[in-house]
Write a protein that binds this ligand. Sequence first.
Ligand code: FES
Length: 146
Amino acid sequence: MNRKDFITKCGWSCVGAFVTPALLLRCAGTKYVSAPIEGSELVVPISSFEIKKEGTVHFRKYLVVENELLQFPIYVSREDETAYRAMWMQCTHQGAELHPYGEVLQCPAHGSEFGSDGEVANGPASVSLRSFATVVEEGNLKITLR
Ligand code: FES
């Protein structure tokens, strides 16, 4: 193997090492929803939380909402039919994007963890996640982006 082949193979191996875990994280049961922005609100259909199984409807405890205009996704947890929490998925330590693992948000940079309420569960982060006001109207969850 010559130098060029070696560098090419090592390059693709490195790409695979970084991309594969990211793809696996996205497939690990977390639902991602692309939602439109109307005015200053992100509008998420409540039906996005529904899981229909054998004639009954259950609700997801959380999902991740994205919009191409947002720099980071928003983690939305559901407490009941009218109570939702929406949190910016940017680590408050040094700004990395958080990854959802069930009801915990983990930072791949230095290991901080946040609960589904946005509070710091493990440092080095020491500040809670930015949160947004939410309201349920006409079958939609509206997240105010101010
Ligand atoms: S950027 Fe998240 S723990 Fe450092």
